[in-house]
Design a binder for this molecule. Structure first.
Ligand code: PAD
Ligand code: ZN
Ligand code: ZN
Length: 376
């Protein structure tokens, strides 16, 4: 049946408010307007950033909303003026937009688009309306994507075509977790061959940082987590040593300084914990270390440390989506995946049918899963 131009009724996981389980509801998805694309989602991963919204950690979140931002799917229909994708194309929705024209997009060192800023939770399309309704109520989107639904609508600057041969159940991880971690190492930090690295937090993000550090030729990759069950996977992906802070009396930065003759070249925080952000900074060498903040901390938190830590030569930086310009880099990363330059299947610990989404979140919260991929 041709659905072009029609409202589609389908199943979606709606978050009606913070601290609630997701509810599978029948929703209406309006056709795409000009410069918008309607996508049938085929596979979507569960990321901790989705859980932060359920936990109410991001204060300007708009409810009710449909979460999900790490996905791959197939274009169902396009609005007027869309030129970069067509019905039937395999695509990845992009929570970091790339319009190609704004200040952020033309700056070579930036990957932030000013037209759709990922940090501004409007929950709406660029024209300030929504394409989702449920039981007569407007449903917001999440960081311009919303992929916990059989169909979604995104602005054209938030979607990119990928290779026809892409396996969508793996390519979905290029939509967030893999690219965020991998890019933090190879792109934001620019890890050099022979350098030493420490990675704090071994979820989908931290493990992808490890993959990036290994590809970049790091000589030592120290993996840090309070859950020792994460260590086997970290070693499999490239960690050379694993440390559990709970097994040491001294603060973790002292342990790492001792292991590395004063500190690592690159330390990555992949948890979203401001205390560990400071630990990461202190774990980097006082004269030349770089600490990269990748984890998303609660929106009302602040980072506090002595400026003397920087005067001696340390660098602090942060990156969203690994600093990758999304439209330019996602198709390349998918082609690299097809060419087996790296593997992402090690990150997928569980596959579940979409309607078991709450079970997927439970697995993440219990520390039992890395990525759960939901299939429709
Ligand atoms: P995850 O929950 O799967 O992994 C976090 C890991 O940290 C777990 O293995 C925990 O056991 C471990 N951990 C928790 N507390 C500590 C501690 N005090 N010391 C050591 N280890 C600890 O999450 P994830 O990998 O999906 O995401 C990690 C963070 O990255 C999270 O804050 C998420 O919101 C953020 C993120 N950032 C971006 C970005 O673009 N910057 C994108 C996606 C996710
Ligand atoms: Zn994510
Ligand atoms: Zn832009």
């Amino acid at each position: 049946m041709d659905t072009t131009g029609k409202v589609i009724k389908c199943k979606a996981a709606v978050l009606w408010g913070p601290h609630q389980p997701l509810k599978i509801e029948e929703i209406e998805v309006a056709p795409p307007k000009a410069h918008e694309v309607r996508i049938k989602i085929i596979a979507t991963g569960i990321c901790r950033s989705d859980d932060h919204i359920i936990e109410g950690l991001i204060q300007d979140s708009k409810y009710p909303l449909i979460l999900g931002h790490e996905a791959a799917g197939i274009v169902e229909s396009v609005g007027d003026g869309v030129t970069t994708v067509k019905p039937g194309d395999k695509v990845i929705p992009l929570f970091v937009a790339q319009c190609g024209e704004c200040r952020g997009c033309v700056e070579p060192k930036s990957n932030m688009c000013c037209k759709a800023q990922v940090g501004q939770h409007t929950g709406l399309m660029l024209d300030n309306t929504s394409r989702f309704t449920c039981k007569g109520k407007l449903i917001h989107n999440f960081i311009s994507t919303s992929t916990f639904t059989e169909y979604t609508v995104v602005d054209e600057i938030n979607v990119v075509k990928i290779h026809d041969d892409a396996p969508l159940d793996e390519a979905c991880l290029i939509g967030c977790g893999f690219s965020t971690g991998y890019g933090s190492a190879v792109n934001a930090a620019k890890v050099e061959p022979g350098s030493t690295c420490a990675v704090f937090g071994l979820g989908g993000i931290g493990l992808s940082v490890i993959i990036g550090c290994k590809v970049a030729g790091a000589s030592r990759i120290i993996a840090v987590d309070v859950n020792s069950n994460k260590f086997a996977k970290a070693k499999e992906l490239g960690a050379t040593e694993c440390v559990n802070p709970k097994e040491h009396e001294n603060p973790i930065h002292e342990v790492i300084q001792k292991m590395t003759n004063g500190g690592v070249h690159y330390a990555f925080e992949c948890i979203g914990n401001t205390d560990i952000m400071v630990s990461a900074l202190l774990s980097s060498h006082f004269s030349c270390g770089t600490a990269v903040m990748v984890g998303v901390a609660p929106s009302d938190s602040t980072l506090s440390f002595s400026p003397l830590l920087l005067l001696t030569g340390r660098t602090v930086k942060g990156a969203i989506f690994g600093g990758f310009k999304s439209k330019d880099c996602v198709p390349e990363l998918v082609s690299d995946l097809i060419a087996k330059k790296f593997k992402v299947d090690g990150l997928v610990t569980h596959k579940l049918p979409f309607h078991e989404i709450n079970k997927g979140f439970d697995l993440l919260r219990k520390g039992e899963s890395i990525r759960t991929v939901l299939e429709f």
